[in-house]
Design a protein around this ligand. Structure first.
Ligand SMILES: Nc1ncnc2c1ncn2[C@@H]1O[C@H](COP(=O)(O)OP(=O)(O)O)[C@@H](O)[C@H]1O
Ligand SMILES: [Mg+2]
Length: 270
C-alpha cells in the first residue's frame, strides 16, 4: 500500500513525494451505517496544497470517506467509526478540536450548488456573520476578495444584492466556493462539484481548482476519469468500501499496480 504513514508526519510516498507535508492522514478508518460497513480500513495521506481525487463506481464509499474528513457523517444517526483521521496531526475525532472549528478548516462543496435563498453578498459573508463579524467594511471587502478568488467578481459585481438563486448553475457553484473561501479554510472537499454542470462550466471550475491548489489542499470525488487525470496529483481508487489503490495520478491512469484498478480505468468494470 502506498500513501501510508511513516510515523513522522510525512506521507509515505505516492512516488517521489517523500518530503511533502501531509495535511490530512486517514488511518485504519472504518465507518458503519448501523450494521453496514461502508468504509473498510482506509489508509490515505492527503498532501498539502495538492489535489487528491477519489474515483470508483457509485456506492463504493467515496462520499462517505469525504464526509468522514470533516465529520459530516456525524449528522447521520447510527453512524459509527473506528480508526482516525488526522488534520495537521490532530485527531479530528478526538477532543482537541471542536466540530465547528474542524468544518471551518475543512470545508465542503457539494454535487448540486446549494446557495442560501439570500442575496449574492449575504451568501458570501454568511459564515462570517455567524462567527459574529459585523464590521461593514470588513464584510464588504470579504465579499469582493472571495468572489475574486472564485472568479465570480466580474459577472456579479453590479448585482451583489440580487438573489443568489437567480444565477446560472455554474455561477451558483462558484458562489458556494466563494462562500467557503470567505471563512479561510485550509482543506476543500469537493463531492462531484461539476456533475450538474455542462462541459464549458466544468472546464472553468477545473481551471479554478488548479488556481486554488496554490493556496489550499483539495480532495475531489469525481465520476469523470478525464477530470481526475487532468487536474489531480494523486488518485485513489475505491471499490466496495476499500481503498484499492492510491498513488500518483499518472501512475494510476497509466500503470496501476492492482488488476481491479486497471479493469476500472480501462472500462472493464461491471
Ligand atoms: N446515510 C446513509 N445511511 C445508510 N447507508 C448509506 C448512507 N449513505 C450512504 N450509504 C451507503 O454507503 C455506501 C457508500 O455510499 P457513498 O459513500 O454515498 O458512495 P459513493 O459516494 O461512492 O457513491 C453505499 O452502499 C450507500 O448505500
Ligand atoms: Mg457520492
Amino acid at each position: 500500500m502506498t500513501g501510508g504513514n511513516t510515523g513522522n508526519g510525512r506521507a509515505a510516498p505516492p512516488h517521489g513525494s517523500e518530503t511533502e507535508p501531509v495535511k490530512m492522514n486517514v488511518r485504519d478508518f472504518n465507518l458503519y451505517y448501523g450494521h453496514f460497513q461502508a468504509l473498510k480500513n482506509v489508509n490515505m495521506a492527503i498532501l498539502e496544497k495538492r489535489i487528491t481525487a477519489l474515483i470508483g463506481p457509485s456506492g463504493c464509499g467515496k462520499s462517505t470517506l469525504l464526509r468522514g474528513m470533516n465529520r459530516m457523517n456525524d449528522l447521520i444517526s447510527g453512524v459509527k467509526t473506528s480508526g482516525t483521521i488526522l488534520l495537521d496531526g490532530i485527531d479530528v475525532y478526538g477532543s482537541a478540536i471542536r466540530v465547528d472549528e474542524l468544518r471551518k478548516r475543512v470545508g465542503m462543496v457539494f454535487q448540486r450548488p446549494n446557495p442560501f435563498p439570500l442575496s449574492i453578498s449575504d451568501n458570501v459573508v454568511y459564515g462570517l456573520r455567524v462567527a459574529g463579524i459585523r464590521n461593514q467594511k470588513t464584510l464588504k471587502e470579504k465579499v469582493e476578495s472571495s468572489l475574486q478568488a472564485a472568479w465570480l467578481w466580474e459577472p456579479v459585481k453590479d448585482k451583489l444584492h440580487h438573489p443568489a438563486l437567480e444565477l446560472p448553475l455554474d455561477q451558483q457553484q462558484r458562489l458556494c466556493i466563494a462562500r467557503l473561501l470567505a471563512v479561510e479554510p485550509e482543506v476543500i472537499l469537493m463531492d462531484e462539484p461539476c456533475s450538474a454542470l455542462d462541459p464549458i462550466a466544468t472546464a472553468k471550475i477545473e481551471e479554478l481548482m488548479l488556481e486554488l491548489r496554490n493556496h489550499y489542499t483539495i480532495v475531489i470525488v469525481t465520476h469523470n476519469m478525464q477530470q481526475a487525470s487532468r487536474i489531480s496529483d494523486f488518485s485513489g481508487y475505491m471499490l466496495l468500501g476499500e481503498l484499492i489503490e492510491f498513488d500518483d495520478t499518472q501512475k494510476i491512469f497509466t500503470n496501476p499496480e492492482n488488476k481491479k484498478t486497471q479493469d476500472y480505468i480501462t472500462g472493464r468494470y461491471g
